[in-house]
Write a protein that binds this ligand. Structure first.
Ligand code: NAP
Length: 551
């Protein structure tokens, strides 16, 4: 694996067609496409190499909850055939190897300045260009600014009293040390039981002397039933590949649903099907019956089923009761996929602290104090999530037309047209931005769809010698209202989830992803109608000729 580090490089300047921020799966594919179409392009990436979320989230047990064969780019069948996944659900190191394989195979690193954060971007209305500046002193003028910054890329520690006072080592699952951590012989405290905590805790328990888990909200989790991939699995995958591609490239892309009608089935039939889906494992459990995410009765049956499984698995009934989620419908917080999570509480070296009964009062220099007890630890792990979907974008000082700031435009929650563009911020695109299916879909599929749409748009602009594309505020308002209306027909708004911004005190409560169907078709219709809902302007597009890449 080549090291993408560019320590000591001279600043990058000049004029260029496009800046791409982020070198995860979104940024890498964007670079491939733009370069292929002859656009001059510069990528920036905060990490020292490619991989995005899979670069940062290296905690033990980190795995994708989408089956590996479907968590691969589809834009190159050659690539698809060359890469051999080893497990049904790939672990983080394997996914990172895949990202590196892509970077090597398509020679992407020369296009990317690593260890570099974009800190500001100002739109110059006279030139129709973004002035992009970084923490390494780079200053570039770019016609197009493409944010491939990911949806879960700003880890956050909660504002618990004394949170930074602990004297021992502290870790966040979303920014795990690259050299790994050895907890052997240690007593550790873990705060947080979302997907990251639920994956990591069983691994910590195998190594540490003792693990204390601080749980505020009990979460629904389905066993992964992970297995090695066999030759037959791969053969079967290729047999159904054309149908799979037809499905993901089909008009319906967005949040699908199983048409199986739960109401027409008997309780026994419903239970049997829940058992079948539980046996298969994974997040697909939510597709056991249509309506789980919209009908509270069906949802409650699914939730009861999972609560029953927790009760059967966890031996200590007080612990089991605490682990049973009871304050939100199943699926309205991201459903977790685990390996031996609930079984881990049967180990003698693991203890659950139910923060609903005894909240954390403070983090102390030696551990954690709840309203009931004081705990001493050798290390503390925060599995406390991210400032999702907007945090990374708003950490950059983005100023659009007339100097308007993105943080002001989004003061009441993110507003974006199709989740792709923001009114008042011309020539800026967000890959899997708020208002698009993003985190509710297979991210790889959504990334590909956005990249292809954006590149098609830029190619159109160039062909027409246009230099500015701006989302129309009315079109944006209508889309945002539609996104909200669709969400309100589901059970999602009933949970205090990160989808709603509820995990960050003071963040506006808005359901951020798009949960409707037909999203791809909508985007294609907009493009086919000459980019309906956008204003396209500009006279002469002068191609940048200067080579701005760092040596
Ligand atoms: P998360 O789902 O936001 O979970 C954060 C956890 O920290 C929650 O249990 C939360 O409790 C707890 N917490 C936050 N503030 C707290 C406080 N002040 N006191 C006590 N507890 C507190 O974050 P995550 O687990 O990192 O997962 C985020 C998302 O990343 C997932 O939903 C998923 O989309 C993605 N992810 C995917 C995978 C995968 O593919 N398998 C793995 C990891 C992450 P509350 O619920 O009460 O707020």
């Amino acid at each position: 694996m080549a090291d993408g580090s560019k320590m000591g490089r001279p600043p990058i300047g000049g004029e260029i067609d496009a800046v791409v921020v982020g070198a995860g799966f979104g940024g890498m594919y964007m670079l491939v496409k733009l370069r292929a179409l002859g656009f001059s392009v510069q990528g920036f990436e905060a990490g020292h190499d490619v991989g995005g979320t899979w670069y940062w989230n290296r905690y033990p047990g980190a795995r994708c909850d989408v089956p590996s064969l479907f968590y691969s780019y589809t834009w190159s069948e050659e690539l698809q055939k060359a890469w051999r996944w080893t497990e049904k659900y790939a672990a983080q190191p394997e996914i990172l190897r895949y990202a590196n394989h892509v970077a090597d195979r398509f020679d992407l690193r020369p296009l990317i300045a690593f260890e570099t954060r974009v800190v500001a971007a100002q739109f110059d209305e006279t030139a129709d260009r973004w002035r992009v500046t970084t923490d390494r002193g780079d200053e570039l003028l770019a016609r197009w600014l493409i944010m491939a910054t990911g949806c879960l890329s700003t880890p956050r520690k909660p504002p618990i009293s004394g949170v930074d006072s602990f004297q021992g080592p502290t870790y966040h699952t979303g920014a795990w040390p690259h050299e790994g951590v050895d907890f052997s012989g240690m007593r550790i405290g873990v705060i947080g039981t979302g997907s990251s905590g639920i994956q990591a805790i069983p691994q910590f328990a195998k190594q540490a002397e003792h693990v204390t888990v601080f749980q505020r909200t009990a979460n629904y989790s389905v066993p992964a039933n992970n297995t090695p991939l066999t030759e037959k699995d791969i053969e079967d995958f290729w047999k159904m590949y054309p149908a799979y591609i037809a499905m993901v490239k089909g008009p319906g892309m967005g949040f699908g649903g199983n048409p199986a009608n739960a109401l027409a089935a008997t309780p026994q039939e419903r239970r049997q099907r829940f058992e079948e889906y539980w046996g298969v494992g994974g997040a697909g459990f939510l597709a056991a019956w249509g309506g789980i995410i919209t009908d509270i009765d069906i949802n409650t049956e699914a939730a009861d089923f999972v609560r029953g499984k927790i009760g059967e698995t966890v031996m200590d009934q007080k612990t089991a009761e605490s682990l049973k989620p009871n304050d939100h419908p199943i699926g309205t917080k991201r459903i977790c996929v685990d390996i031996d999570y609930f079984q881990t509480y049967n180990r003698p070296n693991v203890r659950l602290v139910n923060l609903k009964e005894t909240p954390i009062a403070e983090v102390t220099p030696t551990g954690v104090r709840t309203t009931d007890e004081t705990f001493a630890f050798d290390a503390l792990v925060f599995a406390t999530g991210f400032d999702a979907m907007t945090g990374t974008l708003l950490a950059i000082d983005i100023q659009g037309a007339g100097g308007a700031k993105l943080k002001d435009a989004w003061a009441e929650g993110p507003k974006a047209y199709l989740g792709l563009a923001v009114a008042g911020f011309p020539n800026l695109f967000t890959i899997t931005g708020p208002g698009s299916p993003s985190v509710l879909s297979n991210m790889i599929n959504s990334i590909e769809q956005h990249v292809e749409w954006i590149v098609g748009c830029l190619d159109h602009m160039r062909g027409q010698r246009l230099t500015r594309i701006a989302a129309d505020p009315d079109a944006q308002e209508a889309w945002v209202a539609h996104v909200r209306r669709v969400a309100d027909k589901t059970l999602f708004p009933r949970a205090a989830s990160w989808y709603m911004g509820a995990n960050i005190p003071g963040k506006p409560r808005v359901f951020m992803p798009y949960i409707g169907s037909g999203y791809r078709q909508k985007c294609e219709t907009v493009a086919a109608a000459g980019y309906e809902g956008f204003a396209l302007t500009g006279a002469a597009l002068t191609r940048a000729t200067e080579d701005v890449h760092a040596p």
